[in-house]
Every structure is written in structure tokens, then in C-alpha cells.
Design a binder for this molecule. Structure first.
Ligand code: ADP
Length: 253
């Protein structure tokens, strides 16, 4: 009898624990939702004044007087660039806040998607005389094609941006059991080992001035990590044995 009472008490305790655990999860998920909403609202609000500023700047550029002095033109150019950076940042923040609501049931042909990214980024690669190679097996996975495109695009764009002139970028993808293994490999400077995990943090940049020069805002990899997360995958970064960086992504089929 005593033993069964102990058992009963244990079950009660476990039930209570599970109720408070569920409540805690609910509160956490509410807090995330509030944060997501806040980011989405702030980004929406910021978009309008930024577009209006861009319209004014374009107008000024198209109607500018031939004898505007060089300083004024230089200032306009700088403001236009900064406005572009802010708009890009706001767009990425908006994309991040909307990730949860994007449908993830598209059938994606991974090799075709990688080929599309490589073709779209070819002009950027040519500017730096970088060779892009795709070595992908014929794999189909289920997910959001817009988001997976963005994931591969951001990784390949970085692999080009942080590469040397004459360098190489190779994308490989293969299937192993129930997963897709996708890697983006470059021959750039690489990332110091102690900073590798931090590159996924929003706004983190190894070399701020270099990233700014290349038009970066420090959100590309944060978005990549979120895309991987909503697809229940994983991402890791390591150094390329022949110099440079490799990003390894594993996604469920
Ligand atoms: P950014 O807009 O600055 O490119 P990201 O979030 O895409 O922002 O990347 C964060 C930082 O990680 C970059 O500023 C850069 O310092 C570093 N990084 C990303 N990809 C690479 C790469 N392939 N090789 C070297 N450094 C990289």
C-alpha cells in the first residue's frame, strides 16, 4: 500500500511539473511572438520613410543642375549609398520576422536551385575573376524554395565577396539517408577560428570596414541560420584545408 502511495505521489508530482513546464513554454513562445511582431512592425514603419528618401534622392539626381559643385554630388552619392544600406537592413529584418509564416512544402530540386543561384551571381563572380562550380547530385527535398534559394544565395555571395581575385567557389550537394548535405567552399582569407561561431550573430562582422565596403550589413548569415532552423537543419563553419572557408549545411529531405 505504502509503495503504491509513493507511486501515486510521484505521478502527481510529474503531472504538476509537466503543467508548469507547458505554461513556461507557452510564455516563452508568447514572448518570441511579441518580439517577432515588434521587429516586423518596426521594419514596416521604417520602410516608408526610407523609400520616400530614395525617391527624393533619385529625383535630385535626375534633375540636378550641371553646375552643382562636386562636394554636393559627393554628398548625394554618400547619402544614396547609406540609404541603400539601411533599406537592405530593413528588408532583411522584415524577411527574418516573416520566416515562420512562409510555407515550407515546395518540392525543391536542389541541383537546379544551385545552378540558378550560380547563374544569378555569375556577374558578381566575373567582376572578381572568380570561378564558380556546382557539383550537385540530383536531389529533391521539401521546404520553402524562396528561403532555400536565399540560403544558398547568401552563402555563395559571401564566398565571392570575401574571396581573392582569381579564386574559386564550389558548391556541392549530395544525399545521405534522409538528409541533404550542402557545402559552400571558397578560397578566400578564411575566418579566424575563435570568431567562427560569432559570424551567425546579427550585425557581427569580422572586419567591419571591409564588409561595409562590400555593401554588407551583417545580417546575411543571421538570416541563413534562421532559414536552416525553420527547416530543422544544422549549419557549421570550418576552414578549408586548402585555404578559405567552408559552410556545411544539413537539411532533412
Ligand atoms: P555581411 O553583410 O557583412 O557579409 P554576413 O552576416 O553575411 O554579413 O557575414 C558576417 C561576417 O562573416 C562578414 O562580415 C564576414 O566578416 C564574415 N564572413 C562571412 N562569410 C565569409 C566567408 N565566406 N569568408 C570569410 N569571411 C566571411
Amino acid at each position: 500500500l505504502a509503495a503504491s502511495r509513493i507511486e501515486e505521489n510521484k505521478v502527481k508530482e510529474l503531472n504538476q511539473l509537466s503543467v508548469s513546464y507547458n505554461k513556461m513554454l507557452e510564455r516563452l513562445s508568447d514572448a518570441f511572438e511579441i518580439q517577432r511582431q515588434f521587429t516586423a512592425n518596426a521594419a514596416h514603419e521604417l520602410r516608408t520613410p526610407l523609400s520616400l528618401m530614395q525617391v527624393q534622392l533619385d529625383l535630385y539626381n535626375s534633375t540636378r543642375h550641371p553646375d552643382n559643385d562636386a562636394d554636393t554630388l559627393q554628398t548625394i552619392k554618400m547619402v544614396t549609398e547609406q540609404n541603400g544600406r539601411l533599406s537592405k537592413m530593413v528588408k532583411t529584418l522584415l524577411d527574418m520576422s516573416e520566416l515562420q509564416t512562409v510555407g515550407r512544402d515546395d518540392e525543391i530540386m536542389v541541383d537546379a536551385l544551385v545552378d540558378e543561384v550560380l547563374a544569378d551571381l555569375d556577374p558578381l563572380a566575373q567582376e572578381k575573376n572568380i570561378k564558380l562550380t556546382g557539383k550537385c547530385k540530383n536531389i529533391t527535398m521539401v521546404g520553402s524554395d524562396i528561403l532555400i534559394y536565399r540560403l544558398v544565395y547568401n552563402l555563395v555571395e559571401n564566398a565571392i565577396k570575401y574571396n581573392h581575385s582569381g579564386g574559386q567557389v564550389t558548391v556541392t550537394a549530395y544525399r545521405k539517408e534522409k538528409h541533404v548535405y550542402l557545402s559552400v567552399e571558397d578560397t578566400g582569407n578564411g575566418i579566424p577560428e575563435e570568431l567562427r561561431e560569432r559570424v551567425f550573430e546579427p550585425f557581427f562582422r569580422v572586419d567591419k570596414s571591409r564588409s561595409r565596403e562590400l555593401g554588407g550589413v551583417g545580417l546575411g548569415l543571421a538570416l541563413v541560420r534562421e532559414i536552416v532552423r525553420v527547416h530543422d537543419g544544422s549549419i557549421a563553419v570550418r576552414s578549408n584545408p586548402s585555404g578559405g572557408t567552408v559552410f556545411d549545411v544539413i537539411l532533412p529531405l
